[in-house]
Design a protein around this ligand. Structure first.
Ligand SMILES: [Zn+2]
Length: 92
């Protein structure tokens, strides 16, 4: 992910993003940033992911002997994690 202020690359699992507190500080430009999921992208992806889940992944998981329940929860988490982005948290 990139800092919205200076384009500095920040790893999703870096210390900066996993520190406590709602707002984080970019290690490069020291400006405030926050992590927020891209809701538009989630809304756009949720239907194809859900369809793929029902027709492909759930039968596969069940065929492997696992319960199909709970798999959708993994997808929900993955969807949020994959669409998450950094936004400016600087006061306007
Ligand atoms: Zn920065």
């Amino acid at each position: 992910m990139k800092c919205p202020h200076c384009e500095h690359k920040i790893g999703m699992f870096s210390k900066v993003l996993n520190s406590f507190g709602k707002t984080k500080v970019c290690p490069n430009c020291k400006k405030q940033i926050k992590v927020s999921p891209n809701l538009k992208l989630i809304a756009f992806l949720i239907v194809p992911v859900f369809i793929a889940h029902i027709f492909v992944l759930k039968p596969l998981v069940v065929a492997l002997g696992f319960s199909g329940k709970g798999v959708i929860g993994i997808w929900a988490v993955l969807l949020v994690v994959l669409t998450v982005q950094l936004k400016s948290a600087e006061p306007e």
